[in-house]
Design a protein around this ligand. Sequence first.
Ligand code: HEM
Length: 408
Amino acid sequence: HGLMRAGIRAAARKGDEQARFFNDPAVRADPYPFYASVRAAGPVVRGRLMWATARHDLAGAVLRHDAFGVGFSDRAMPGLVGAVFRYSRRSSPIGPVDPPSMLVTDPPDHGRYRRLVSKVFTARAIEGLRPRIEQTCAELLRDKPVDLVADFASLLPVTVIAEILGVPLDMRRQFLAWGNAAAPTLDLGLGFSTYRRTEVNIKRVNDWMRGHFARLRREPGDDLLSQLVQLDDLSEDELLATAGLLLAAGFETTVNLLGTGAWLLMRHPEQLAVLRDEPQRWGNAVEETLRYDSPVQVTARVCRRATEFGGARIEPGQVVMSMLAGANRDPDVFEHPDEFDVTRANAREHLSFSGGAHYCLGAALARLEGEIGLRMLFERYPDLRIDGEPHRRTTRVLRGFESLPVTI
Ligand code: HEM
């Protein structure tokens, strides 16, 4: 990690665009001029560490291309970048156990995990959660929020996922603390201590989860995890990887959708007025929020065989960063891409839920939580205003607010 960190710093000093993503505070504050510069530099741009694309067509194509995979295995990604990628994933909630979660598993194994989870995570099951999500929102909004993230945006998703996993609600604060400590491990170039801390936390979650599975086997509830445990098709470690992924993916991202959406609407009262007059547009407001400031900014794929891609020759083992949030501002697809417009006709073409085999399994749930959460927030507190200095999370891959002081 020391070497990787030094490498990223040195590359960033030499103007390496991809290294700037992980290193430059200006890019963290506002990454959009940076994505525009990557797009202007070419279809796929080579850096010292990896390739990158911020073009909508190519950022999507790399996710669907069968020459590219998630590259978790040793064979897929040789060298220092590979070693750091694997280590950091192993010490993050997305791949700590062997076999790791579906998010970092290539086909054909990927399909087996995904099909099993899809069996219980059906569109019908998600839609069935609507009344509970509405009830949870109403309860959370009973007291006026002071910090919109702590009092609402973080609590709604963690409550919903806790219910899906049949977890007692008093575990929520604990999950939030674990999740927040682990979120930076999706970035590169961190200090070793961050990974150590996360490893210790993950071990605690996993120990707790094993006990939880045993409880659900003895006394299954009507939650989705009880069903998954009953299927008996996943080994204990596979179950652990799946539950850990659902837990982390379930709230680390949706909190950003809710926080960013509320922030954007407070800053654009004219857009809020449109939604007040035409509430049927709330779904599109969620899509536009996802497009305008994606909760997951980038993802990466590893080349499995030499491939011509975007006019470049990519060699096996090389990494291509798909800049999802950059693609979402591509002027070839979105007119006036830097404007936030809840009536935008093609907002849904964003890449914020990724694409191809790993397209977000929770997209329908995230959309439902986003729509209900933002609508009920502004119905209950129509005059909600920012009141103080908002603070952004320091993470790079995940983008959103850590705190958002508000007044009603
Ligand atoms: C995968 C984004 C909410 C479960 C992904 C990926 C992205 C993403 C970008 C794919 C990463 C890649 O291709 O490398 C988001 C965003 C969300 C959200 C922006 C909220 C606004 C959720 C929720 C759940 C969930 C609520 C579940 C409860 C998953 C799972 C995968 C995934 C299981 C792995 C799918 C696979 O590998 O086949 N998500 N997600 N996500 N997401 Fe989400």
